[in-house]
Design a protein around this ligand. Structure first.
Ligand SMILES: [Zn+2]
Length: 145
């Protein structure tokens, strides 16, 4: 059933690596550029309405930031694979992930067949649904900006 997929060429790998680096740079809260001092407004002294607004903003900001951090970590993980010469290989079955798939989603770690299997399993469990929606949230990060 497994169709034979050719290994990525040097040039394709190069393209994907650049894409990952670009994506990383495009993250709003560039994790490595030290935006660690994301200040949350102090809760004391404000009245209840302001309080809830600032809580809302803070949690919103935090959630957005968490997504960025989450995605940045994925990018880092992918970049690390270049060093190990594991980039583009499915973590489940070890075969090559299609270039087109990586181009659309450079942080992909599984080939389509394994990904589909995993999603089928996930949809049977609550935990799986949660982590799945987490993945979708990451995809939506751009729309939230
Ligand atoms: Zn696979």
């Amino acid at each position: 059933m497994a169709e034979k997929i050719k290994p990525l060429t040097k040039k394709q790998l190069e393209t994907l690596k650049n894409k990952l680096l670009e994506e990383k740079e495009s993250l709003v809260f560039g994790v490595q550029s030290g935006v660690t001092d994301l200040t949350l407004s102090a809760p004391e002294g404000s009245d209840e309405v302001e309080q809830s607004i600032s809580d809302y903003n803070n949690s919103h900001l935090l959630r957005f930031r968490n997504r960025e951090v989450f995605y940045a970590k994925k990018i880092d993980k992918s970049l690390k694979k270049f060093e190990l010469n594991e980039y583009g290989l499915c973590t489940d079955c070890g075969s090559w992930i299609k270039y087109e798939r990586l181009l659309a989603r450079p942080t992909a770690e599984q080939c389509i067949a394994c990904k589909e299997d995993a999603e089928r399993d996930e949809s049977n469990s609550f935990v799986g649904r949660q982590s799945k929606s987490l993945g979708r949230v990451v995809d939506l990060a751009g729309m939230m900006a």
